[in-house]
Design a protein around this ligand. Structure first.
Ligand code: KIV
Length: 292
């Protein structure tokens, strides 16, 4: 039995309050996106703190041009697949565009759909104007991660994927948004594509961890998209992406070698083939016709 004084179980899933408590405590937090069973297994085996089933699903998995194309049903389908990996990392489901913009009731139902699919927290984009949505979700006992700076669900409103907060007013607006999200009860806040000075200002101002992507090193943690860091996505490489592998090249080479082996008759070999015993083969009239 676990009691309040028991040491934490090394395999017990990491909770949102545990992530919040890491502010100013321990090494930087690590978050990575994952979208299915194998990618969640890889991320968890690598020991990350948080796995985000991001709405980047739309772009890196489903091939859309932006993140606006995915629905709550799409997200729930992929959250459920990632959850089947039973990760120790905190599993966060990203609320897609229009799932928290219409009414508090719809917002809570959509957040609950991701929780029932297996997430232990949700993330949504936007600052002070999303406080109503955040409060409604928190009121349903669901932890919320905030997201300010570049919010890709607003690309049409802001005019594209651009660094945010370069001017003084915009920097102050991001700071005020982040402070409001923390005061509302978000357990952590993603800072996307903002200058490092702005990220530092925000990180110093809020009592919860900031998780940066394209926000420099003065954040409490960092996140990258799975397909970017593994080199599975090679159509573009934002400045902030560091590639740790070239899996698209490796996969293409592997599939090309398979194709070559099939076309040249090198695949399958006898070892890769099921055989009957000689007497059965003989009775079947095949004896001598099977290649060794
Ligand atoms: O959807 C996503 O992948 C994200 C990360 C970039 C933070 O929101």
């Amino acid at each position: 039995m676990t009691t309040a004084s028991s040491p934490p179980d090394a395999r017990a899933p990491i909770s949102a309050p545990e992530i919040a408590a890491r502010k100013g405590n321990g090494p930087p937090l690590v978050m990575v996106t994952a979208y299915d069973f194998p990618s969640a297994r890889v991320a968890d085996a690598a020991g990350v703190d948080m796995i985000l089933v991001g709405d980047t699903l739309a772009m890196v998995v489903l091939g859309y041009e932006d993140t606006l194309q995915v629905t709550t049903d799409d997200m729930a389908h992929h959250v459920a697949a990632a959850a089947r990996a039973r990760p120790r990392a905190l599993l966060i489901g990203d609320l897609p565009w229009l799932s928290y913009h219409v009414s508090s009731e719809e917002t809570v139902r959509n957040a609950a759909q991701l929780i029932r699919a297996g997430a232990a927290a949700v993330k949504l984009e936007g600052g002070r104007k999303r406080l109503g949505a955040i409060e409604a979700i928190l009121d349903a006992e669901i932890p919320v991660m905030g997201h300010v700076g570049l919010t890709p669900q607003s690309i049409h409103a802001v005019g594209g994927f651009k660094v945010q907060g370069k001017q003084l007013d915009a920097a102050h607006a991001i700071l005020d948004d982040a402070v409001a999200l923390a005061e509302a009860g978000c357990f952590a806040i993603v800072l996307e594509c903002v200058p490092d000075a702005v990220a530092r200002l925000v990180t110093d101002a809020v009592p919860v961890p900031t998780i940066g992507i394209g926000a420099g090193r003065h954040c409490d943690g960092q996140v990258l998209v799975y397909h970017d860091l593994l080199g599975l996505e090679d159509r573009m490489k934002p400045k902030f992406v560091r590639r740790y592998a070239s899996l698209k090249t490796d996969a293409t080479t592997a599939v090309a070698r398979f194709a070559d082996d099939v076309r040249s008759g090198r695949f399958p070999s006898s070892d890769e083939t099921y055989h009957v015993a000689d007497d059965v083969a003989e009775a079947l009239g095949l004896y001598g016709t099977a290649s060794a």
